[in-house]
Design a protein around this ligand. Structure first.
Ligand code: FAD
Ligand code: NAP
Length: 513
């Protein structure tokens, strides 16, 4: 057998090793091998181990183009939700300190921010989470810091940084390798001189005057905290902001950011990035409204133009595993099955799946339970709530007005709002006093007036939206909302006060609390 395995091709050799392993032991090394130790992969492997399965998880971080690298835990922990939320919180703290002066706090001198102190605190917190994840796996899940690829439907090949190969066999294999930020194609200097969200949270020095290209979650959240800590920040938007979100709410978010100090270059597309002898980055762009060309210099250019699924190293083509040709993501069934038996995938790598941590975690746990034969419950990807952590936070669950109109027809939906210019809480914070607080509820026009979408902007939008998401999941109707008594004085109470329909044409502006 060993002689037969001395083939020239690695693939054949590893296949032979696999056959050898099976023939000798008569079973697999593991019940489950998970490739990817991010939000989803860790949740899946820990749940499977909890249910008595023998599990290995492989996690390997390819350094970013700029050479940034990090530890166990995936995107959310290292270069996503967690460092982002901490930097967002940093910015909010600065704003609160400035407001505090107006309420009598004696703060000597101007309020200044030091990037290095923030970065150290954030990075130390992330490292503590890396450590926490390793401790949680100990004695339960075999953790291997190796890059995994698929050999066949029961075999994974792992490669260490030094090039050492390991073969693992398993009854089932799960792919949860997430995604990485994209660089735009055909923009000279983009990759050479730009950074992405894989770098921004790990910079030792302030990025300085920054151009953020893109206008979705990552771009607006990063631009928000950069502005909030006092950096000159411009967002370059090629089309609209927050595509897919309710556009009235998206407008509030960007209006607020503009008032907060973020500059916007609307309908502009970058053409090239050149490094000047001074070290500054000169960006040339076209304003598509006029066709005119412009230039400006920045200390940093942050590309936030979307993410690409991390499939390259996995060898999926050899197995004929079906990918979506356009997005490169793995095509999945409702049970997270791929086109190859015994291989499953979920999280950011999955076609049509929300790119959010809680969905990856929940889908991973449910998959582990099904694979362990403990449950048949499928992940419900409908009505997933989300929040954009911009200076004016925006949380929502369900459909935008635009999507509700598309699915149900303009005449079958009602759009209800409530607008106050003098919300007592917000008016008390000078930096927020110009904010209108108009939660929006989109509901069916007839029958029970089931709520189709709920949208909230204001402080702690994530906390507010999380609560309403439960009602939404339980099938809340507009009359349920009206029957609910508010908690005063809060921003969340505004949601239960919405009463002016868009159709009525009445002015939804309300003064007084
Ligand atoms: P990941 O967490 O990306 O994990 C995949 C892991 O697999 C990584 O560690 C990767 O290095 C590893 N890997 C890849 N290939 C291999 C291989 N061949 N072998 C071994 N290991 C491999 N979501 C929210 O819900 N809320 C937020 O506030 C939020 N903020 C975000 C902010 C930013 C800047 C970004 C970029 C994302 C944010 N997200 C947020 C999205 C969230 O981070 C992702 O949806 C989530 O991390 C996806 O989890 P996952 O398990 O699919 O993949
Ligand atoms: P995204 O949602 O895919 O948005 C990409 C943005 O970049 C869009 O505004 C797009 O504009 C623009 N763009 C694309 N190519 C461009 C180019 N060549 N030049 C200029 N602009 C370009 O990507 P993302 O913001 O990176 O977010 C990825 C995912 O991460 C999200 O879907 C989200 O699920 C997750 N995430 C979640 C949170 C959260 O929960 N708070 C935070 C961050 C990220 P067009 O609209 O014109 O295409």
């Amino acid at each position: 057998m060993a002689a037969l395995c001395r083939g020239r091709h690695r693939w054949k050799r590893t296949n032979c090793l696999y056959v050898l392993a099976r023939n000798l032991t008569g079973k697999f090394d593991y019940d489950l091998v998970v490739i990817g130790g991010g939000s989803g992969g860790l949740a899946c492997s820990k749940e499977a181990a909890q249910l008595g399965q023998k599990v290995a998880v492989l996690d390997y971080v390819e350094p970013s183009v700029r050479g940034t690298k990090w530890g166990l835990g995936g995107t959310c922990v290292n270069v996503g939700c967690i460092p982002k939320k901490l930097m967002h919180q940093t910015a909010l703290l600065g704003t609160a300190v400035k407001d505090a002066k107006k309420y009598g706090w004696q703060i000597p001198g101007p309020v200044c921010h030091d990037w290095a102190t923030m970065a150290e605190a954030v990075q130390n917190h992330v490292r503590s989470l890396n450590w926490g994840h390793r401790v949680q796996l100990q004695d339960k899940v075999k953790y291997l810091n190796i890059k995994g690829s698929l050999v066949n439907e029961h075999t994974v090949k792992g490669l260490t940084k030094a090039g050492k190969e390991t073969i693992l066999t398993a009854k089932n294999i799960v792919i949860a390798t997430g995604g990485r930020p994209k660089y735009p194609a055909n923009i000279p200097g983009a990759m050479e001189h730009g950074i992405t969200s894989d770098d921004i949270f790990w910079l030792k020095k302030s990025p300085g005057k920054t151009l953020v290209v893109g206008a979705s979650y990552v771009a607006l959240e990063c631009a928000g905290f950069l502005t909030g800590i006092g950096l000159d920040t411009t967002v370059m938007v090629r089309s609209i902001a927050l595509r897919g979100f309710d556009q009235q709410m998206a407008g509030l978010v960007t209006d607020y950011m503009e008032a907060y100090g973020t500059k916007f270059a609307w309908k502009c597309v970058p053409q090239r990035v050149d490094k000047l002898s001074s070290g500054a980055l000169q960006v040339t762009w076209t304003d598509t409204k006029t066709g005119s060309e412009h230039k400006d210099t920045y200390d940093s250019v942050l590309w936030a133009v979307g993410r690409a699924p991390e499939t390259k190293a996995l060898g999926l083509d050899k197995l004929g595993l079906q990918l979506n040709k356009e997005t490169g993501k793995v095509v999945l069934g409702a049970d997270e099955s791929t086109s190859v038996p015994n291989i499953y995938a979920f999280g950011d790598i999955g076609e049509g799946r929300p790119e959010l941590t809680p969905t990856a975690i929940k889908a991973g746990k449910l998959l582990a339970r099904r694979l362990a034969g403990q449950s048949t419950e499928l992940m419900n990807y409908d009505n997933v709530p989300t929040t954009v952590f911009t200076p004016l936070e925006y949380g929502c669950v369900g459909l935008s007005e635009e999507e509700a109109e598309k699915r149900h027809g303009k005449d079958s939906i009602e759009h209800v709002g409530y607008r106050t210019t003098t919300n007592t809480l917000l008016a008390s914070a000078p930096s927020l006093k110009f904010v209108f607080l108009p939660p929006q509820v989109v509901c069916e026009r007839g029958g029970d007036q089931r709520i189709l979408g709920l949208h909230f902007t204001g402080p702690n939008a994530g906390e507010v939206t999380q609560g309403f998401a439960l009602g939404f999941q339980c099938g809340a109707t507009y009359s349920h909302l009206l029957q609910t008594v508010g908690i005063h004085p809060t921003c969340a109470e505004e949601v239960v006060k919405v009463n002016i329909t868009k159709r009525s044409g009445l002015d939804a502006t309300v003064t007084g609390c």
